[in-house]
Design a protein around this ligand. Structure first.
Ligand code: FRU
Length: 448
C-alpha cells in the first residue's frame, strides 16, 4: 500500500485529477468520469476523461481513459461535462477546449469552447464525436469562456446549462433547450449582480419540486468565515423556475480547503447524489504530499442531498458507506486513543467541542463565538493548510469520515460540511475528543 493512498475515495492511478464528470447510473452500473491529466501530477498534460465504473458506489474499478483529445475542436483538452440516458443510450456532453497559437488574451479571443457529444450503448465503447455548439452559437455578450455542459431531460425536453464569463467579466449560466439532444437553442442567461467574473461547472436539479442551481464562481471577494478558498462553489435557491432568472441566497457546499466543481446525478431510489473534486486550483497556497509520489487529488465521498426544514440542503455520505464500517464502539470524553484509518466517528455535542488529531490538527467549536474551526498546527500535516472557519449558531452533532489522507466533517445533520486533505505519518492517528456526548467510533471492515 502506497503512503496516503485513499481507501474510500476515487483518485487517479498516477497524474492529476480534477472535476467529476459524467456521473450516472446506467444499465445497472455507476459511472464516475473525472478530469484527468495522465503523466503529470501538476496537471500539465491536456485533460482527458478518466473512467471508473461498478455496480456499487464503493467498489468501482478504474477503466482507464474514456475520452481524450482527438479532433481539432478539442485539441487542447477534453474539458468537463455530464452524461444523460435516453432510450438505452448514454449521451455524454463535454467541452472541447482549443487555444489558438498567437498573440491572444484567451478571454475575449484566441479560445474555442465547443460542446461535443459522444454516445455509448454499453458505457464503455463510445461512438463518433459530434460538435454541437461552437463560439458563434453563444450569445454576443459572452467572452470565449463558455464551458462544462450539464444536460438533463425534463418532461421530454432536453435542457443544458453552460458556465460562462461575459465580455465585461460577470459570471453567468446559459440555458439551452433541445427536442432531440442534437439541435440546441439558447433560451436565457441566469446571473446575479456582482457575483464573480466566471461561473464554472453549473448544475441544476430539483428535490421535492423545488429547483436549485449549483455553480462554482471565480472572483468572489474573500472573507473571514466565507469564500475562504481561491475559488468557491455553492448552490442558489431559486424563487421561480430556472428560466425565471431569480437566484436567491448562495450557500457554500463545503467550508474546507479542498472542494470545487461538484456535480450531482440521480442515483437508484430517486436519490440526488453529489460528488465534488476534493482539491483546489494550483493557485492555492497549500499543496499535497502525494504530488511527490506521482499523483494528486481525489474526489469527495458520494454525498446524498436532502432538504432541511429551513430550506437549506444537507449533504451526508450515501447510506452504502455504513456497510464498510463495523460495530460502534464508544469513545470516552477527554481520552486519547490510537485509531486506525479509515474511521467513522460520530457524536452529539454539548457546548464546547474539540477534536485533536495527533496534536497537529484541531477541530473546534466555541459556542460564545458561534464559530467552528479547523486549525492545522504544523506545516507538514496540512501541507501548507492553515485555518478554515464557518459560522454555526448551535452545534448539535458531528460526524467525521477519515480516509488515509482526507477528512470530511459533517455538522448538524450535514447542513455544514468541511473537506480537507491531511498527511499523517502512518496509518493511524491519535484522537482526543472533548465535549462529546455518546461518541462512537466505527472501524473500517475491509483489510488489505
Ligand atoms: C473546473 C474547470 C472546468 C474545466 C475543467 C478543466 O475545475 O476549470 O471549468 O472544464 O476544470 O479541467
Amino acid at each position: 500500500m502506497e503512503k496516503f493512498r485513499q481507501k474510500l475515495h476515487i483518485e487517479p492511478p498516477e497524474g492529476w485529477l480534477n472535476d467529476p464528470n459524467g456521473l450516472s447510473f446506467f444499465k445497472d452500473e455507476y459511472h464516475v468520469f473525472f478530469q484527468y491529466s495522465p503523466g503529470s501530477p501538476e496537471g500539465r498534460t491536456p485533460r482527458c476523461w478518466g473512467h471508473c465504473k461498478g455496480r456499487e458506489l464503493f467498489s468501482m474499478s478504474y477503466e482507464g481513459i474514456a475520452v481524450s483529445p482527438e479532433i481539432p475542436e478539442e485539441r487542447n483538452g477534453v474539458y468537463s461535462g455530464s452524461a444523460v440516458e435516453n432510450g438505452g443510450i448514454l449521451h455524454i456532453f463535454y467541452t472541447g477546449n482549443v487555444k489558438e497559437k498567437g498573440d491572444f488574451n484567451y478571454v475575449t479571443n484566441g479560445r474555442g469552447a465547443n460542446v461535443i457529444r459522444i454516445s455509448t450503448a454499453d458505457g464503455v465503447h463510445f461512438g463518433e464525436k459530434q460538435v454541437l455548439l461552437r463560439n458563434p452559437d453563444y450569445p454576443d455578450f459572452c467572452s470565449c469562456h463558455v464551458r462544462d455542459p450539464k444536460v438533463w431531460i425534463e418532461n421530454g425536453v432536453w435542457k443544458m446549462v453552460l458556465g460562462a464569463r461575459t465580455a465585461d467579466d460577470h459570471g453567468c449560466v446559459l440555458v439551452y433547450t433541445s427536442g432531440d439532444g442534437e439541435n440546441w437553442s439558447y433560451v436565457t442567461c441566469v446571473s446575479k449582480p456582482d457575483f464573480g467574473y466566471m461561473w464554472e461547472c453549473p448544475d441544476y436539479f430539483s428535490i421535492g419540486g423545488k429547483g436549485y442551481l449549483s455553480v462554482s464562481p471565480q472572483g468572489l471577494p474573500h472573507f473571514d468565515t466565507k469564500f475562504q478558498n481561491v475559488f468557491q462553489s455553492g448552490y442558489f435557491t431559486l424563487s421561480g423556475t430556472l428560466e425565471d432568472n431569480a437566484p436567491e441566497e448562495f450557500y457554500e457546499w463545503d467550508m474546507g480547503f479542498d472542494f470545487y466543481a461538484p456535480q450531482t446525478f440521480e442515483a437508484p431510489g430517486g436519490r440526488r447524489v453529489l460528488i465534488g473534486w476534493m482539491g483546489m486550483d494550483n493557485q492555492a497556497d497549500y499543496g499535497n504530499a502525494t504530488t511527490a509520489l506521482g499523483w494528486q487529488h481525489c474526489l469527495t465521498l458520494p454525498r446524498e442531498i436532502t432538504v432541511l426544514e429551513n430550506g437549506r440542503l444537507a449533504q451526508n455520505p450515501v447510506a452504502e458507506l455504513n456497510g464498510l464500517f463495523g460495530e460502534k464502539k464508544s469513545l470516552s470524553d477527554g481520552e486519547t486513543s490510537e485509531v486506525k484509518l479509515p474511521f467513522d466517528f460520530s457524536t452529539r455535542a454539548d457546548g464546547k467541542f474539540t477534536a485533536e488529531l495527533d496534536g497537529r490538527l484541531r477541530l473546534e467549536y466555541v459556542p460564545s463565538e458561534k464559530i467552528f474551526r479547523l486549525v492545522f498546527a504544523d506545516e507538514l500535516y496540512g501541507c501548507g493548510r492553515t485555518e478554515r472557519k464557518a459560522v454555526i449558531g448551535k452545534l448539535e452533532d458531528i460526524r467525521i469520515i477519515a480516509d488515509m489522507s482526507s477528512l470530511e466533517i459533517y455538522l448538524n445533520g450535514g447542513e455544514t460540511v468541511f473537506g480537507t486533505r491531511f498527511y499523517p505519518d502512518g496509518e493511524s492517528v491519535r484522537l482526543t475528543v472533548s465535549g462529546s456526548v455518546s461518541a462512537a467510533l466505527r472501524n473500517f471492515l475491509k483489510e488489505d
